[in-house]
Design a protein around this ligand. Structure first.
Ligand SMILES: CC(C)(COP(=O)(O)OP(=O)(O)OC[C@H]1O[C@@H](n2cnc3c(N)ncnc32)[C@H](O)[C@@H]1OP(=O)(O)O)[C@@H](O)C(=O)NCCC(=O)NCCS
Length: 248
């Protein structure tokens, strides 16, 4: 866990069955409990990034998130976590490269404070977002900066005590869409209308050939979360990475 130290042997843990076509596996990660020897699982770029964090808590969470991501993806592929190689899209979205099996395993990671979600699918682009709800948001500048005119109207009609939770649900659905497209914040959030209704829906974006299927996800207390896929998704299966150091 501590940066530095002796490299660990490369071992593939017990395999996991890949998601069925169009299904999505959602892994909930508790970043207070990293997998064993998490730092040693990372590649040199990740280790360098981990070393650059100013605050130890951010470093710990980053190492835990990437350690779990590598361990879980490695189990789907029957490979050691250290043996996975990632490439990055023009806006930073990571994807696996290597064997054909590796390339077809799609995933997306999101983290907020001590919680993270990892979405995994079989060949279907996915985006996931989790956010810790901040009771002081949204202020009017933030809302005006990221919501469409229609969403702003819907928000204004809600009782003030509901606005924070509804805004965060909307924001996570919006960001999940932007991440499924691989654009992240390169796509102007104001241009993507997901509405204020916290429900599964189809979203049309000029940037996508297919519709985006987006849905709120059950989330830990005090958080909002959402999943988006290009084209419709099937079943969503939830799994947890356990403190014992191995994913269930
Ligand atoms: C991607 C982005 C939306 C993340 O927002 P966030 O709420 O801060 O972060 P989240 O925790 O939800 O997601 C972060 C993860 O998403 C993934 N990610 C990064 N860029 C992504 C993208 N364009 N699309 C989808 N996923 C992306 C990574 O796994 C990242 O994890 P890491 O930071 O631990 O490596 C935002 O940072 C962004 O748009 N960045 C764009 C940066 C950019 O344009 N870079 C261009 C040169 S690389």
């Amino acid at each position: 866990m501590r940066p530095g130290g002796t490299p660990r042997p490369r071992e593939a843990a017990a395999p996991l069955a890949r998601p069925q076509l169009r299904d999505v596996h959602i892994w909930e990660l508790d970043l207070r409990h990293p997998p064993a020897h998490a730092f040693d699982l990372l590649d040199s770029g990740e280790q360098e990034r981990a070393r650059r964090f100013v605050f130890a808590i951010d470093q710990t969470r980053y190492i835990a998130a990437h350690g779990w991501m590598r361990q879980i993806l490695g189990r789907y592929l029957g490979r050691a976590p250290q043996d996975l190689t990632f490439i990055f899209g023009p806006h930073g979205k990571p994807a696996l490269i290597g064997r054909r099996d590796d390339v077809s395993l799609c995933f997306n990671l999101s983290h907020s404070l001590d919680k993270a979600l990892l979405a995994v699918s079989n060949g279907m682009p996915v985006g996931v977002d989790i956010e810790a709800i901040r009771p002081d948001l949204p202020d009017s500048a933030l809302a005006a900066g990221v919501l469409t005119e229609g969403e702003l109207d819907e928000l204004a009609q809600l009782p003030p005590r509901q606005q924070t939770a509804v805004f965060f649900s909307c924001w996570t659905r919006k960001e999940a869409c932007m991440k499924a497209l691989g654009l992240g914040l390169a796509l102007e959030p104001k241009t993507l209308h997901v509405g204020m209704m916290p429900a599964r829906q189809r979203v049309i974006a000029d940037e996508a050939d297919d519709f985006i299927d987006v849905s709120p996800l059950p989330s830990p207390s005090g958080h909002a979360a959402a999943l988006a896929t290009l084209g419709g998704f099937g079943k969503v299966l939830y799994r947890q990475a356990t403190a014992s150091g191995r994913p269930d």
